[in-house]
Design a protein around this ligand. Structure first.
Ligand code: FES
Length: 230
């Protein structure tokens, strides 16, 4: 099977180029296996990966135009030639490796931790099963970046728009009955960019390897803002 992979060495190249590799495929082969085979053919080829189980979120790439995790993408699902590029809209460090700093900055900006104003109880902060259920579909995010780097609003305003991943996280804490910083969290999202730059394009929903729905989370935040404003 033919693979066209993006190559970029900042010490040598002005811009990325596609390089062709022939890889023998087998039943059950994942894209990560194919990339490892390409690395065996040319050890200078560079990409990130770790767990191989769709858990660590480190091997997100753009495959035939769609952001996916290489380790859980069956090669049998892909049309040849398989074009593998780095995530769009991020500065390329080398080959398929991009600089995700801005993505992590946006994540940090939503203060992704529980804020308590009441004194902490001696043991755990209790939650009813219904309250806990509200976090389903939110806490499972593995921060692979497939969603934010598929979002045109994030490509154009990576420093101002939080992006789908960070906004899903913002809602994960707003929806948590144990958190006590609703007002501060909503205030911090005011303005034309951080939240409201989402134009409901929904690329994020299509590409999330965990089946999460950042657009819905963003809608919930907007509704809560409206409710509090009335
Ligand atoms: Fe960890 Fe793919 S290698 S998610």
């Amino acid at each position: 099977m033919q693979f066209l992979v993006s190559r970029f060495n900042p010490e040598r190249d002005d811009k990325p180029r596609q390089q062709s590799f022939e890889v023998e495929t087998w039943r059950g082969m994942m894209l990560r296996d194919a990339l490892l085979e390409i690395k065996r053919q040319d050890e200078s080829f560079t990409f990130r990966h770790s767990c191989g189980e769709g858990v660590c979120g480190s091997d997100g790439v753009n495959v035939n135009g769609t952001n996916r995790l290489a380790c859980i993408t069956p090669v049998s699902e892909l049309n040849a030639p398989v074009e593998v590029r780095p995530f769009p809209g991020r500065p390329i460090i080398r080959d398929l490796v991009v600089d995700m700093s801005q993505f992590y900055n946006q994540y940090r900006a939503v203060e992704p931790w529980l804020v308590r104003k009441d004194p902490m109880p001696e043991q755990e902060i209790l939650q009813s099963p219904e309250e806990r259920e509200k976090l389903d579909g939110l806490y499972e995010c593995i921060m692979c970046g497939c969603c934010s780097t598929a979002c045109p609003s994030f490509w154009w305003n990576p420093e101002k728009f939080h992006g789908p991943q960070a906004l899903l996280t913002a809602w994960r804490f707003l929806a948590d009955s144990r958190d006590q910083a609703e007002e501060e969290r909503l205030d911090a999202l005011e303005g034309p960019y951080k939240l409201f730059r989402c134009h409901t394009i929904m690329n994020c929903v299509e590409v999330c390897p965990k089946g999460l729905n950042p657009t819905k989370a963003i809608g919930h935040i907007k509704q809560l803002m409206l409710k509090n404003a009335i």
